[in-house]
Design a binder for this molecule. Structure first.
Ligand SMILES: [Zn+2]
Length: 464
């Protein structure tokens, strides 16, 4: 029998079957939900904590490059020629040239604090910054991966760590450029990295496999990864960047005769273990087949807008019951509510219609989007999160009833208000595995983690 550690009483809570009133939630000592009782009318024991507002499941963030948080806003000056994803990438490479493992830990810790304060309670870190700036391996080859796990520990966010395999700089198997030296592994050193991570990290850190992209890992590398994955649990997640840029689609077509998503569907056994990050440029057939495969499309609306990637085919993909997860990616925004608004607004602007993500007719667009991203996010992270139900981790956010956009709303309208209204700080309190990490909008260790972050930024960006 699980021992109940804590009871929480929520005036309203978003449960899998819909909104409920007067919900009593029971959480065990391991932080897992053991009981959910709607319309609770019994006597409340004195130790039950009454929440100040409506309770939602916390949002998983399916795609993060934590170090990029520190360069957000530094690449917005026009270059001598038209700026695009590829010129941004050069700036990113120059930036990461100066980062030490300690810097990576400081930046990731503060990013995770910001994520928690905005309502993300778990993250999949797509981690490719493996080596020293000159490309040499650290004595501990899992040094930087360990720093990411430490950042998750310090901040209290749930973590799925995805060590990334990056072999080549292009489809013709060119060696890495100078800026890519910190990423590169051959299959043997990558296998040792994964094995070191598997033995070093506690069981609550989920480990997955992440070929960076088809341009960085070719067909042979993908095959080798399949054998390597045998050493991990059969349901370990697989994440890959695909079809973010039109040039990448053209290069893939030229090299393989197939488009990236098409190639993955035909040759990589894409199924519900997979998260295809971006999947921006798909044909209708690719979009439908990807939806049917059970894979999650990891959409990153603010980064895709920032980099001028293009727009995801929401109508085709969602129309085929495809699952999306929300990625923060380069972290030009750290706010799941903003990401969902941007996702829907992009569709409205191109389709010239409204409420494209709502299912069925008359449903709340905000709630439909939030629920889709919860389900897809939990699948992509391969963690028992994303629902307030027995057997799930007690990851929850309490909405602020005093927020000007939320006050006076019915529970059923709260997500529309939080997503499609002026945002101040709709999230008041946040718990991960039953522990409060954010109270009154602020992370419990905000001040010291931010002070460390500021010191790193002052050094690497030269600010005062
Ligand atoms: Zn990415």
């Amino acid at each position: 029998m699980d021992v109940i550690r804590q009871r929480y009483f929520a005036p309203a809570a978003m449960l899998p079957e819909g909104w409920a009133r007067d919900v009593m939630l029971e959480v065990d000592a391991a932080g897992m939900i053991t009981g959910v009782t709607p319309d609770f009318s019994g006597e409340r024991s004195r130790d039950a904590i009454t929440l100040d507002g409506a309770l939602l499941p916390g949002m998983p963030n399916v795609h993060s490059h934590a170090f990029q948080r520190a360069m957000a806003g530094t690449t917005e000056r026009a270059g001598p020629r038209s700026d695009n994803f590829w010129t941004w990438r050069e700036q990113m490479y120059r930036f990461l040239d100066v980062l030490t493992p300690d810097d990576i830990e400081a930046i990731a810790s503060f990013l995770y604090v910001e994520m928690l304060e905005s309502g993300y309670t778990s993250v999949a870190e797509f981690h490719y910054l493996h080596h020293a700036p000159d490309g040499s391996a650290y004595v501990d080859r899992a040094e930087t991966a360990r720093r990411i796990a430490t950042s998750a520990e310090i901040s209290g966010i749930g973590l799925t760590l995805l060590p990334v395999l990056y072999q080549h700089s292009g489809f013709d198997r060119q060696g890495p450029s100078r800026g890519q030296r910190r990423f590169v592994h051959d299959i043997d050193s990558y296998a040792r990295l994964v094995s070191d991570c598997a033995s070093a990290f506690p069981p609550r850190v989920r480990l997955g496999i992440a070929p960076h992209s088809l341009r960085a890992v070719g067909a042979a590398g993908m095959k080798e990864l399949e054998s390597l994955a045998q050493s991990l649990p059969a349901d370990a997640p697989w994440h890959i960047h695909a079809a973010e840029q039109e040039q990448e689609v053209l290069d893939c077509l030229q090299a393989t005769g197939e488009r990236p998503v098409q190639w993955l569907l035909n040759h990589a056994g894409v199924d519900a273990r997979w998260c295809i990050v971006h999947a921006t440029h798909m044909t209708g057939a690719e979009s439908a087949a990807l939806a049917l495969s059970g894979a999650v499309a990891g959409v990153c609306p603010s980064t895709e807008a920032d980099l001028g990637d293009g727009l995801f085919d929401a109508e085709g993909f969602l129309g085929n019951h495809g699952l999306i997860g929300l990625g923060g990616d380069s972290h030009v925004a750290v706010d799941p509510f903003f990401e969902l608004a941007l996702f829907e607004y992009g569709q409205r602007l191109t389709q010239r219609r409204r409420n494209l993500s709502a299912v069925p007719t008359g449903a709340s667009t905000g709630e439909s989007l939030y629920r889709r991203a919860l389900t897809g996010g939990a699948r992509a992270l391969a963690q028992p999160v994303g629902a307030l139900a027995p057997g799930y981790r007690a990851d929850g956010i309490v909405l602020d009833p005093d927020d000007a956009s939320l006050c006076g709303r019915k529970a059923e309208d709260l997500l529309d208000a939080a997503i499609f209204s002026p945002r101040h700080r709709p999230v008041k309190d946040v718990m991960v595995a039953g522990r409060w990490q954010v109270k009154d909008g602020r992370h419990v260790h905000h001040a010291e983690i931010k002070a460390r972050y500021r010191a790193v930024i002052a050094r690497v960006l030269g600010g005062r």
